[in-house]
Design a protein around this ligand. Sequence first.
Ligand code: ATP
Ligand code: RIB
Length: 307
Amino acid sequence: MADITVIGSNMIDLTTYIDRMPVEGETIEAPRFEMGFGGKGANQAMAAARLGSDVNFITMVGHDEFGKNQLENYQNSGIRTDGIGVGTQNSGVAPIFVDPTSDNRILIIKGANKELTPEVLDHKVDQIKGSKLIVLQQEIALETNYHAIELGEKYGVPVLLNPAPANEHLNIDYVSRTAFFTPNETELATLTGMPTDTLDGIKAAAHKLIDMGVGNLIITLGSKGALWVDKDHEQIVPGMKVKAVDTTGAGDSFIGSFAHYYTEGEDVATALQHANQYAAMTVTRRGTQKSYPTAEELPAMLAEYGK
Ligand code: ATP
Ligand code: RIB
């Protein structure tokens, strides 16, 4: 049985590195383009697998070449593919623009990811129920995630919900039934309607969710690391100082690596510290999944930063 079941999206990332965004009606040259494997679900599954977790990925790929490439990518990385279906639509794709400060703007066209319905999960129950953790994001229908949370409860598997991208319609009742809820600052603001531009604001918004019953709230803070809040305590887990070239998929690498370290038996604080380190390494390289180090590569990369 897999350690981690990731239920979610896959995309082909079409990344253009830009000097600046063109204004309306303008055509400008961009220095570089790269294509790679992405999608928040797939990225999280890949980070955990590259670190050595046994990962089961439940997703829907498109009925096109991209879909075949995706399947091969997971097989080559040792991710279990029995949970992967082929949809009737094209594969999901994500045009991404990365600027010289390493920040990104992303469009997603969901394609076959829309076909990952609650009914599909009912056919995958045997693959889900023995896992140590179910990991969810929000590039598939909210109803599918709600059903995954119900299945987690039914079979005693804790759920981590990463509410990315933000969706103001997310039902807080389901959020309160998760073991880990992991918004970034923007997603936290969308969900609580509270300002999150200061640490005090973030903490106040976090306690609003804790009061509603969320178990462990982990807020990612970009280069500043992460804030972990539960009903008894607050803890900042500081980020690492690195030279970032492309932050696309940093959040996913953080979640996937956290899932790996936590299901390996680390306590939450230690797993968060290791997830911060892993995510920091990914921003030093271009691309999404292609920037994720393997367990073998990681020590040498960290050593360059004195870790
Ligand atoms: P994205 O949408 O770009 O994938 P996100 O907004 O979901 O990311 P962030 O809070 O930006 O998530 O980043 C997630 C984690 O990645 C952080 O908690 C941190 O560990 C690491 N990280 C992100 N950016 C940097 C950076 N510039 N330097 C070091 N670590 C970083
Ligand atoms: O979080 C990064 C991911 O968001 C990219 O891989 C892109 O596919 C979008 O899903």
